[in-house]
Design a protein around this ligand. Structure first.
Ligand SMILES: [Zn+2]
Length: 460
């Protein structure tokens, strides 16, 4: 079989489905409390999901599904929790043989093999409305380094390149991935942090050829420093078209390329040329796009980036809704720039409009509200014939109201109180108002341009 980036769609599907089967049967199905509970609730045995088509039947989930009350501690339920006996039952192929050989030659070695597979050793923080830890095991970090080496090669870099990173040193995907990428690629790397003076010192100390920097800091950093032999400016994060242009200007004749990945994942994807799209790793992550409002899979159109990790333990993700939205579909033909055949996510990434940052009138602090969770609390209620969620400017400046319009099927008060209570409990936000309306009034409030009859409207 050709290498990871030159496989035909058929070869990719074969590798993906085999990895998917292992991931569901041997990892998340038996060992993750969250996914185990979810499969039970859906009445679908994890082991029955054998192909991408089977997977597509499972509803996609996001952070509010895992932390319904808004408590980030619930994200621990994503993490695989295996005991040694369970591991021997589920570990597949070569891992199982290795573990059993170790068991014969010594209990301690057997325990180490199990721990490398299943025990979280490294965490980074992710999330939008919430901030929660994402766990990686020792073996996960090997996969991260492998993905990092691939990203390095997509970026056209070699082990001879020397990296200085102006990305803040933190438990973030940006920093963690970049450090493992350099390690995986065998390239020297310095991480002085984001302070331009410290970055300048690092650039004087080593013959750097690559400067990594966040898109929002890039122009300032580039104009403040003598870049010497730096040939590549690596933006860590998805830049807007505008930022790209500004950075390219500040970078002069240096190459400007970018690296981006959803924060809850473990890997970042690289571009091979500016705006070529994010080159994914089809044997490590299966990417789908879903409609941000309904979770349905659009046919070739844009949508919310949804990730299923293959081979990762720790906080393993299945059809995970990242909240990152792209306007076009995934490219699956060979890349016109580098010829790689891996699926590519469109370069322009925005935050779902259903994640809104608002100053709700009755709270003191700005809140990050996931309107999908609000919609989720209203969808499928049999006491409502229709509903609409609106974020509207409040009479007080810089503040907003969360208004929920409902058309009850029966008792109006009971339906309104039920909707209010469930939005509070499920989405963790208190509606400013629940208004009972007629079906005609509701229809009049829906934006006419949208044929899909959106249920969530932000009026600013
Ligand atoms: Zn390419």
């Amino acid at each position: 079989m050709p290498s990871w980036d030159r496989r035909t769609p058929q070869q990719q599907a074969k590798v993906r489905d085999a990895a998917l089967r292992r991931q569901l049967r041997d990892a998340v199905g038996p060992f993750s409390p969250f996914w185990r509970g979810r499969f039970t609730a859906l009445r679908v045995p994890a082991a029955s999901v054998k192909t991408a088509a089977d997977l597509a039947k499972l509803p996609a989930v996001g952070e509010r599904d895992v932390c319904p009350s808004g408590d980030p501690a619930d994200a621990a339920r994503l993490v695989l929790q295996a005991d040694e006996a369970g591991f021997a039952l589920h570990a597949y192929g070569p891992d199982l043989r290795k573990a059993l050989v170790h068991r014969l030659t010594g209990a301690a070695r057997y325990r180490r093999a199990v721990e490398a597979e299943t025990r979280p050793t490294t965490f980074h923080f992710a999330g939008r409305g919430l901030r929660f830890p994402v766990a990686s095991t020792r073996n996960d970090l090997d996969l991260v380094a492998r993905a990092g080496a691939r990203a390095w090669s997509v970026l056209g870099l070699t082990p001879a390149d020397v990296l200085v990173s102006a990305v803040p040193v933190a438990a973030s995907l940006d920093h963690v991935f970049l450090s493992y990428a350099a390690l995986g690629a065998g390239a020297p790397a310095l991480f002085p942090g984001a302070d331009p003076a410290a970055v300048g010192d690092a650039l004087r100390m080593v013959p750097a050829t690559v400067l990594a920097v966040r898109p929002e800091d890039a122009v300032d950093v580039l104009s403040a420093l003598d870049l010497g032999g730096v040939r590549t400016v690596l933006l860590v994060g998805a830049p807007s078209e505008e930022t790209r242009t500004a950075v390219a200007e500040a970078a002069g004749d240096r190459r400007v390329l970018a690296l981006w990945g959803p924060g809850e994942g473990r890997v970042m994807w690289a571009e091979c040329a500016p705006g070529s799209g994010w080159h994914t790793y089809p044997d490590l992550d299966y990417v789908e796009l879903v409609d941000p409002e309904t979770g349905a899979t659009p046919n070739g159109a844009g949508g919310e980036v949804t990730v299923t990790q293959l081979g990762f333990k720790g906080s393993a993700l299945l059809r995970w809704r990242t909240g990152d939205v792209v306007a076009e579909g995934l490219a699956t033909d060979a890349c016109p720039k580098c010829g790689r055949t891996v699926p590519r996510v469109p370069a322009e990434v925005s935050t779902s409009h259903l994640h809104v940052r608002v100053n709700l009138r009755h709270t003191d602090d700005e809140q990050h509200v996931d309107l999908r969770a609000v919609a989720g609390a209203l969808a499928g209620r049999n006491d409502l014939a229709g509903w609409l969620v609106e974020v509207v400017p409040s009479p007080r400046e810089h503040e907003s109201d969360l208004v929920i319009l409902v058309v009850p099927t029966g008792d109006e008060t009971e339906a309104a109180v039920g909707a209010y209570r469930d939005v509070r409990a499920v989405a963790g936000v208190t509606p400013s108002q629940v208004v009972v309306v007629t079906p005609e009034e509701l229809a009049a409030r829906r934006p006419p341009a949208d044929t899909g009859a959106p249920r969530v409207v932000v009026r600013r």
